[in-house]
Design a protein around this ligand. Structure first.
Ligand code: UGA
Length: 502
């Protein structure tokens, strides 16, 4: 790899990024990227060449969201991938082409690459380490009770790799980790492998969103490569550059780690910001979606991540924000803005429940239909989902629940098995049947296109409390609903027209 190659194309190195600044470029870039992804008809890589110039052998530790999507997509680019998971059941399922997560497009790419012989799953670490050019660390970094990221699994990977090094290896962090984690990985491997072994640790964070992860990988808006040696940088450029025509940010390992944490914290801040504005919109009788559009068309602001509602959940934004707060505190840096983002987010569910309670007056023995338990649409993931707060609250308040989600019901069932006060429905309409109120917790497209007249006709009292602002208040009013949203405007019947209990 020559330094000339690093200067070609649309990539930025660290100094370029610094001189270009973060203002106009960033906001505009993300909008353009969003448009490109949404418009893309297929899951083909946004590619320069059908096959990579350099085919590499890659080992991937971890087959969770990041690990599985990274594995199948790197195989799709033409590399030979061996992915490791400790759980034999997961390995068996994936080896048979059965995805362990609900992710659009994943099944097809998984099957095609197993079939092509480029993708294997194993429980044996040696199968992924021996002969591999690059090893990706994609294991979980769940939150600890003190808010820090738990790096036990990352350390375990380092300890596993160290005695098995068979020549130079590049070890790449994909998991979201606090800045400077790579130093600990290096230190651990060096201590266990001895001074003569050759290896580098680099950071190549992922920016995949659940629900669009395969597209996000194959059509990235940018690639961040954090490497402190020329050899590591060249290897990662060889891995990606032939396949992608997007900006590549070349930087140090610590900067790359921090870029990832900062990206998620900023996205979280954007959501909390619009949520505060949505409360103000309600007070002023203004529609938050229109305000979001009005500001989002400014390329400095950008239109994405301005959907007001129940706030951010999932396994990434809440966890990464907490971890960043601890990093700020440890370094004596004011974390007030980050804590406020977190506080605003936590209050969203309370606001929704207060609206529901106001609408129902007495919750006890009322039938409440719950639409959506996943933390967002197009996924079966319930980690950090509002449903995990709403469902226990409603149960404690004595409601009878009828719950429906297009994909995530089995996950919630594990926590809350059905009983005489909790029914899992097969459709939204079934969940609404006989309900005194419906609560919308997830932005599934399927809910947006519900037949409103039919929905109303099966409900006992036509009350909808919409935590995702999926419906237009005027349409809900026209369909005969009492409709509550978070920033879209409430449509309640006048005091002269009391509800009739059936
Ligand atoms: C997030 C980031 O968006 C990815 O770039 C990143 O790679 C990933 O975390 C990660 O660190 O692995 P993800 O957690 O899959 O991805 O989901 P998002 O699409 O970011 O949504 C997060 C939460 O914010 C969801 O609960 C969603 O409903 C909520 N959200 C999102 C809003 O409330 N409003 C919005 O406008 C957007």
């Amino acid at each position: 790899m020559t330094s000339d190659r690093r200067l070609t194309g649309s990539r930025l190195d660290e100094s370029d990024a610094a001189t270009n600044g973060n203002g106009n470029g960033d906001g505009h870039g993300s909008d353009l990227a969003a448009t490109r992804v949404m418009a893309a008809p297929s899951l083909q890589p946004q590619t320069r060449a059908a096959n990579p110039l350099v085919q590499m052998r890659l080992g991937i530790f971890g087959t969770g969201y990041a690990g599985l999507v990274t594995s199948v997509c790197l195989a799709q680019l033409g590399h030979t991938v061996t992915a490791i998971d400790k759980d034999p059941e997961i390995v068996a399922s994936l080896s048979q082409g059965r995805p362990t997560i609900h992710e659009p497009g994943l099944r097809e790419v998984l099957a095609a690459n197993i079939e092509a012989g480029r993708l294997k799953f194993t429980t044996r670490s040696e199968d992924a380490i021996a002969g591999s050019d690059i090893i990706f660390v994609c294991v979980g970094t769940p939150p600890r009770s003190d808010g820090r990221a738990d790096l036990c699994q990352v350390e375990e990977v380092a300890r596993t790799i160290a005695p098995q090094l068979d020549g130079y290896k590049l070890i790449v962090e994909k998991s979201t980790v606090p800045a400077r984690t790579a130093r600990w990985i290096s230190w651990t491997i060096r201590r266990l492998a001895g001074p003569e072994r050759e290896f580098d640790v680099a950071s190549n964070p992922e920016f995949l969103r659940e629900g669009t992860a395969v597209r996000d990988f194959l059509q990235p808006d940018r690639i961040v490569i954090g490497a402190d040696s020329e050899r590591a940088r060249s290897l990662l450029l060889d891995l990606y550059k032939p396949s992608f025509d997007c900006p590549i940010v070349l930087t140090s390992v610590t900067t790359a780690e921090f870029i990832k944490q900062t990206a998620n914290a900023f996205l979280a801040a954007k959501i909390s910001f619009i949520n505060v504005m949505s409360d103000l919109c309600e007070a002023l009788g203004v529609d938050v979606a229109t305000v979001a559009r009005g500001i989002g068309l400014d390329p400095r602001i950008g239109g994405s991540f301005l959907n007001a509602g129940l706030g951010f959940g999932g396994s990434c934004l809440p966890k990464d924000l907490s971890a960043l707060i601890t990093v700020a505190e440890e370094n004596g840096v004011d974390s007030a803005i980050l804590k406020e983002v977190q506080r605003i987010n936590t209050a969203r569910v309370e606001r929704l429940l207060a609206k529901l309670e106001r609408a129902l007056w007495v919750v006890r023995n009322k039938v409440v239909g719950v639409l959506g338990v996943a933390f967002k649409g197009n996924t079966d993931d319930i980690r950090g989902a509002p449903s995990l707060s709403v469902v226990p609250w409603l149960r404690a308040a004595g409601a009878n629940l009828r719950i429906y989600d297009p994909a995530a019901t089995p996950r919630l069932k594990e926590l809350y098995p059905p009983d005489d006060r909790l029914v899992y429905a097969e459709s939204a309409c079934e969940a609404a049947t006989g309900a005194h109120a419906l609560v919308v917790l997830t932005d599934w497209d399927e809910f947006r296109s519900l037949e409103l007249e039919r929905l109303r006709s099966v409900m006992r009292t036509p009350i909808v409390v919409d935590g995702r602002n999926l419906f237009k208040p005027a349409a809900m009013q026209a369909a005969g609903f009492e409709y509550y949203s978070l920033g879209h405007g409430d449509v309640a019947p006048s005091v002269e027209t009391p509800r009739v209990e059936v």
